[in-house]
Design a binder for this molecule. Structure first.
Ligand code: MGD
Ligand code: MGD
Ligand code: SF4
Ligand code: MO
Length: 731
């Protein structure tokens, strides 16, 4: 007897609907759900690997405690009590800040984790909060906070209606789209060209996306801000500014004009390699095409001037009239509105500089410190040293700069606990691992990615399989941990009682409340709604209503919502086109340009993503690991020739912080002077329980990236543009 279950793939941001054929407790087949109004049947190879994940014998099923070099299983109650006792004891003796937390990327893809992890972090009362944000989208959050007043007001490409899509540092055909949630992003990009529009990429590599586009321009790593500022320069110089409907909300246009005057396309050409004529032509095309936009992603973020690039991207869309307009960048109205808040689902608008990191003095953003500082906060002696760590959904040893240094630091912690299904490069240093159920054993609602989607939709996906006896999902694990931590501080305190109530509430009820008070909900008596009082109820969404629509519901295209959606600053809803902090940071950009004059002849190392891979943690899925070794170093033929190297040679790649060896792949896909290695490999570490991954371990790109290299404005790690030397490997 087989049955059909409908669910959503939560591996990447695309939210693909799945149709899963199930026999008993086994997966028979996974296919795209053609009735899903958002993804329309599209899936990528990773969806099939959900079966691998589900069945993976290496996936941990019970809490495990490390005793020396061996691991012992233990029961949940004992495990949670052990964690809470150790955390409490450590903080009592050394202060709250002696315990740190790191949240990884799957937190955002996991309902239980996204609801409960922030609550646990709050209850830890530590300034040492870290996450994958500072190796990813932090510059966008930073720019949105200062320009628009809320860190989560991401400007989303209105992909389905645009006629010009210009992308800096994104590879949607491999990543399936990022901060641009779009089921079947390939089809949606193809449709732009089919309706006569154009798709253009700026990337140091001619990626799979670039190959399927109208134009691709090589750009030197780390120089996007120069090109984007030059585009602004052209828009002002040629009188192409069009603020339109939002003119009265925009402030400091004159400052933006004044500061971009110096950034000519010629100057950008010298630094970036992008011809001045290209910059001019594209700036004009952007300004004069009715439905057009410019977009930037990881490549434009994790670099030395990511903050400036993110600001320039926003500003360009604003001054060319492509902000909050169909076909430009727009703002979703998600069914659970995490920006407007209400019913406890709101996310704060942001903060900056309320405290600084102990060792390097780097400012917090949004309550977090840059993860590039985590290792030094553990190893540098003195008052306030980090002695304990909680990781949730994270593998910072492979994902953050100078991972080898972090790895050594983790080994010296007094106590480390990881909420994670695998014994991997990071969690092997934990004293306790708390493993959640598989993705097919948990309910799902996308609180994050509905809020960054190219269309408004909503979908509740019940677990495909019931939770196995004695298993817990992330929400249950973190809810129990939250309660236990607060109860150690006093059983009857207000916070302890609240923690118990929150644990009992459960993630499903949180979503239900969020839906009811959201823009398509019927409201709930007695619950405060957002900052603006009761919002207009447009429907009757609730979890029960969504359960009656297993393929999800379509809530229509993105709609104009500005300036209403801006939070008030000093009582007013304004857009600051030229925040002073960003203007001041231009000085650093100028210094960078001067430094280039005496730059060393080193190669510039960038990363790459592959369709059959997902950051650092899916190399244990057999269906994704078939075929040749993918962890190769790409190098342009002219650079290979200059070094007497050929495809297949083993090369040594060395940076300031480390060196690795990898097979060389000579290719004119990368621009001269640039080499590329995928990130997320490096599974050779001892003590890791990933048998499939260990067969093709590769090397870690982040054993080369430099923890000292930061976008100093935002605290984002520089993961692209690392100077390296490449030589033939000895022997
Ligand atoms: N050089 C370089 N480095 C990069 C990048 C780059 O482009 N170049 N990209 C950066 C980006 S964009 C990101 S987002 C970060 C990611 O950085 P991280 O989030 O730290 O790393 P991931 O590889 O996503 O690891 C996810 C971890 O979560 C676990 N996990 C998976 N699913 C679940 C779940 O449902 N519950 C729990 N509790 N755990 C789960 C996995 O076993 C794994 O340990 O890496 C960054 N690092
Ligand atoms: N298959 C797969 N899908 C994924 C992931 C994955 O690991 N595998 N990870 C997920 C995550 S966590 C994220 S954040 C998204 C990321 O999604 P994307 O940002 O779309 O994906 P990337 O491949 O990181 O694209 C970055 C591009 O920037 C280029 N680049 C590098 N340096 C520079 C530079 O200085 N300037 C410019 N203009 N370009 C530069 C790189 O060559 C690369 O092509 O993907 C998500 N989806
Ligand atoms: S694109 Fe692939 S990994 Fe992303 S949600 Fe769809 S099936 Fe899952
Ligand atoms: Mo990411």
């Amino acid at each position: 007897m087989t049955r059909t279950a409908y669910t959503t793939c939560a591996l990447c941001e695309a939210m693909c609907g799945l149709r899963v054929e199930v026999a008993g407790d086994r997966v028979v087949e996974i296919r795209g759900d053609e009735d899903d109004p958002f993804s329309r049947g599209h899936v990528c190879p990773k969806a099939l690997a959900l079966q691998d994940l589900h069945e993976d014998p290496d996936r941990l099923r019970r809490p495990m405690r490390r005793v020396g070099d061996t691991w012992e299983p233990l029961g949940w109650d004992e495990a949670i009590a052990f964690a809470a006792d150790r955390i409490h004891d450590l903080q009592r003796r050394h202060g709250g800040d002696a315990f740190a937390a790191y949240l990884g990327n799957p937190t955002a893809h996991n309902l239980g984790a996204i609801v409960y992890a922030p609550l646990v972090l709050k209850s830890l009362r530590t300034k040492h909060r870290y996450s994958a944000t500072s190796v990813d989208q932090l510059p966008h959050m930073f720019a949105s906070f200062f320009v628009l007043g809320h860190q989560l007001l991401f400007a989303i490409p209105d992909l389905d209606r645009t006629d010009l899509f210009i992308a800096f540092g994104a590879n949607p055909l491999a990543s399936n789209g990022s901060i641009m949630t779009a089921g079947d992003v390939r089809g949606r990009l193809r449709a732009i060209r089919e309706r006569g529009g154009r798709v253009v990429y700026f990337d140091p590599r001619r990626t799979e996306s670039a190959k399927a586009a109208d134009a691709h321009h090589f750009i030197r790593p780390g120089t996007d801000a120069f090109v984007l500022l030059a585009m602004l320069h052209v828009v002002f110089a040629e009188g192409l500014v069009k603020l339109g409907r939002l003119a009265s909300s925009c402030e400091r246009l004159d400052v933006l004009e004044a500061v971009t005057k110096a950034y000519t396309p010629e100057r950008a050409e010298r630094v970036s390699g992008v011809p001045a004529a290209t910059t001019r032509a594209l700036a004009r095309e952007l300004a004069t095409t009715e439905r057009a936009l410019v977009y930037g992603r990881v490549g434009a973020c994790v670099q030395e001037h990511g903050g400036l690039a993110a600001w320039a991207l926003l500003a360009l869309n604003l001054v060319t009239g492509h902000f909050d307009e169909p076909g430009g960048v727009m703002f979703p109205t998600p069914a659970v509105d995490v920006i407007r808040g209400g019913a406890g689902v709101g996310i704060s608008r942001g903060s900056f500089g309320r405290w600084k990191s102990r060792v390097r003095g780097l400012p917090e953003f949004g309550g977090e410190l840059p993860v590039a500082c985590l290792a030094e906060e553990i190893t540098t002696p003195g008052e306030g040293r980090v002695r304990g760590l909680l990781t949730i959904c994270g593998n910072p040893v492979l994902s953050t700069p100078n991972g080898a240094q972090l790895e050594r630091a983790l080994a010296g912690l007094d106590f480390m606990v990881s909420v994670d299904p695998y014994l991997n490069e990071t969690t092997r240093h934990a004293h306790l691992i708390l493993p959640p159920v598989s993705p097919l054993e948990r309910d799902h609602y996308d609180l994050v990615f509905h809020a960054v989607a190219v269309r408004n939709t909503a979908k509740w996906s019940p677990a495909v399989f019931p939770k196995p006896e004695g298993a817990r999902d992330d929400g249950e694990i973190l809810g129990a941990l939250l309660e236990a931590i607060e109860h150690r501080r006093g059983r009857l305190t207000k916070r302890a009682l609240r923690a118990t109530a929150l644990r009992r509430l459960g993630a499903r009820r949180v979503v239900d409340l969020g839906l009811r008070v959201g823009p398509y909900g019927a409201g709930v008596a007695g619950v405060a709604v957002g900052e603006r009082g009761l919002v207009r109820a447009r429907g009757d969404l609730s979890v029960a209503a969504l359960e009656r629509a297993p393929h999800g519901v379509d809530l229509g295209p993105l709609e104009r919502c500005m300036p209403d959606r801006l939070p008030r600053r000093d009582g007013r809803r304004v857009i600051d086109l030229a925040p002073q902090l960003l203007v001041d940071d231009l000085r650093r950009l100028d210094e960078y340009e001067r430094r280039l004059d005496d730059a060393s002849p080193a190669l510039s190392l960038i990363g790459r993503r592959q369709l059959r891979s997902n950051n650092s943690w899916m190399h244990n899925a057999p269906q994704l690991m078939k075929g040749r070794d993918r962890c190769t170093l790409l190098m342009h033929p002219s650079d290979a020739e200059a070094r007497g190297l050929a495809s297949g040679d083993r090369v040594r790649v060395a940076s300031r912080v480390g060196e690795v060896e990898a097979p060389l792949e000579v290719s004119d896909e990368v621009m001269p002077g640039v080499v590329s290695l995928p990130h997320g490999f490096g599974h050779h570490r001892p003590g890791v329980r990933l048998r499939v991954a260990a067969e093709s371990p590769g090397v870690s790109l982040n054993d080369l990236t430099d923890d000292r290299a930061l976008d100093l404005l935002t605290g984002t790690a520089v993961l692209n543009g690392t100077p390296v030397e490449v030589t033939r490997a000895p022997g």
